[in-house]
Write a protein that binds this ligand. Structure first.
Ligand SMILES: *Cc1c(COP(=O)(O)O)cnc(C)c1O
Length: 398
């Protein structure tokens, strides 16, 4: 390749050669080009096996490199590994760090597909897992650790119910015993919380959520500042052949540019809506660590720079029919899983919570609904929720 078509060459040859010549970029743009490529062309035969060259596109090209640099900046990391989804980042990082005979200790409020992976897939490969309470102290976590404990998984605030852990204390105690720590930092998104600065070995994010930010791309990242952990993550990816498309890497990089502004706006609107909800008669309490009466507020204030737009509420005791009447009456909130996009979303949580807590069964005064507050005007969202609560009250009273 590299040479343009010549007179006398056949049509097929000419079509393959044309436009393929190596050339400098036409002009410098603000963002890197989307560079598609499986095969990478090397300048000379000796370069093909020279480790100083990029020799294949699977590890990513210019867009990936720019995204990884941006994510290192976001997480305070020296190495970031990209994966095809947030769940793939969690499972991929776990698979890269543990082996047969190892034990994982995991917080009870972990994203439930992570729990499913540990209990089923990882177990088949000889990795066992046990769960500790969503608010367990470092002493309680370390009291569970045994000679085979290799990795501790944290998620703060936790999925659906937002319990918080004392990350710095757990990370320091684990490190003292030679146990690695991995934290699902999807809530913190790097702009609100930096686990590596707290002593955590691996910070994983579902970039699908706030970083990509538009509900149209799947991607995940595992970030670390430890050369040894970085090596393990890179080997896991190399040996399994995991890869991320250049178009998706471009979209993630684009999302990263506006991440701080979007999270700040969603967080401020979220607190406004949560504060209003807490005063409504149909609501027993709002589970939002930024609200002063939330049991995790002190930890949140100590560790987090702000809130995002995600929180839950506990409704007055009611039937599933009444909860569904609330959700079905909403016009601005979409009914859908995921979060972190520009739009507001709502889901009922009780079906998930029944099976997703094993260290301490979930109990609450009434049904739990999770809301994601998007970038709409908060006054409109509040009016929409008032309509939902009216439908809830009407159905509940019947
Ligand atoms: C959504 C989510 C994930 C998984 O991300 P996907 O890209 O959907 O696979 C992981 N952890 C948390 C906390 C999440 O909310």
């Amino acid at each position: 390749m590299g040479k343009p078509p010549r007179d006398g060459q056949g049509e097929a040859t000419r079509l393959i050669r044309a436009g393929g010549a190596k050339r400098p970029l036409k002009a410098v743009t603000v963002s890197p080009p989307v560079q598609r490529g499986s095969t990478v062309l090397l300048p000379e035969a000796a370069a093909l096996y020279d480790p100083r060259y990029v020799t294949y596109g699977r590890n990513g090209l210019v867009g990936h490199e720019a995204l990884v640099e941006g994510l290192c900046e976001l997480e305070g990391a020296t190495h970031v590994q990209l994966y095809g989804s947030g769940l793939a980042a969690l499972t991929g990082a776990i698979l890269s760090l543990v082996g047969a005979g190892d034990e994982v200790l995991c917080v009870d409020c972990i994203y439930s597909p992570t729990r499913r992976f540990l209990d089923n897939f990882a177990a088949r490969y000889g990795v066992t897992s046990r769960y500790f309470g969503a608010r367990a102290t470092a002493e309680e976590v370390m009291a569970m650790a045994g000679p085979t404990t290799r990795l501790i998984l944290l998620e703060t605030p936790g999925s659906l119910t937002f319990e918080m852990q004392d990350v710095a204390a757990v990370a320091a105690a684990a490190r003292a015993r030679g146990i690695m720590t991995l934290l699902d930092n999807t809530y913190g998104a790097g702009v609100l919380f930096r686990p590596i600065a707290q002593g955590v070995d691996v910070s994983v994010q579902a970039l699908t959520k706030y970083v990509c930010g538009h509900s149209d791309v799947f991607m995940g990242s595992a970030a670390t500042a430890s050369p040894e952990v970085a090596r393990k993550l890179a080997i896991g990816t190399r040996d399994n052949g995991w890869t991320v498309s250049p178009d998706d890497a471009y979209q993630a990089l684009r999302g990263l540019r506006t991440l701080a502004s979007r999270v700040a706006r969603a967080g401020a609107s979220g607190i406004e809506v949560a504060t209003w909800l807490a005063a409504q008669p149909e609501v027993v309490r709002v589970i939002h660590p930024a609200l002063p009466d939330c049991p995790d507020h002190d930890l949140w204030k100590r560790d987090f720079k702000g809130a995002n737009g995600l929180f839950s509420l506990v409704l007055q005791p009611a039937s599933e029919t009444a909860v569904n009447a609330l959700l079905d009456a909403l016009e601005l909130f979409g009914l859908g899983f995921s979060w972190g996009g520009f739009e507001s979303l709502a889901i009922p949580c009780d079906i998930q919570l029944k099976s997703a807590r094993t260290a301490e069964p979930w109990t609450a005064e009434g049904p739990v609904v999770r809301l994601h507050i998007g970038l709409e005007d908060p006054a409109d969202l509040i009016a929409d929720l008032r309509g939902g609560l009216d439908a809830f009250a009407a159905t509940r009273g019947r």
